[in-house]
Design a protein around this ligand. Structure first.
Ligand SMILES: [Cu+2]
Length: 120
């Protein structure tokens, strides 16, 4: 390997190192639409992948509902009728998580939940 080849190889490696993080940031966001109504989320079960960002796009058909999960890193996000509520999170650990409706919405509120299955 002569000096010019060595320089070219060094530049290639440098460019590769610089470009790699950009590719990680550009990972596609998995968008899932969810409708909330008294007293269920539709769909009621979603499957997401560890390390892959997920964007929930949520609407309500009646009163205000909400989602929140400390375990999944979902901040309390109200779902208000007539608006589109979004929240993005990245699942970190495999498991089945139960996300209860975070806003009192009537007699069936306690049973209103979204099941999030996090898989590899
Ligand atoms: Cu609710």
């Amino acid at each position: 390997m002569n000096f010019k080849t060595l320089i070219a190889a060094a530049m290639f490696v440098t460019v590769g190192l610089v470009a790699a993080p950009t590719m990680v940031i550009a990972a596609p966001i998995h968008t899932i639409k969810i409708t909330a109504h008294q007293f269920a989320f539709d769909p009621s079960i979603i499957v997401v992948h560890v390390g892959h960002p997920v964007k929930l796009v949520m609407t309500s058909e009646d009163v205000t509902h909400g989602v929140a999960s400390t375990a999944l890193g979902i901040p309390d996000t109200p779902i208000v009728k007539g608006k589109i509520s979004t929240v993005t999170f990245t699942p970190r650990k495999v498991g089945t998580y139960r996300v209860h409706c975070s806003v009192f919405c009537g007699v069936g509120h306690a049973d209103m939940m979204l099941t999030v299955k996090v898989v590899k």
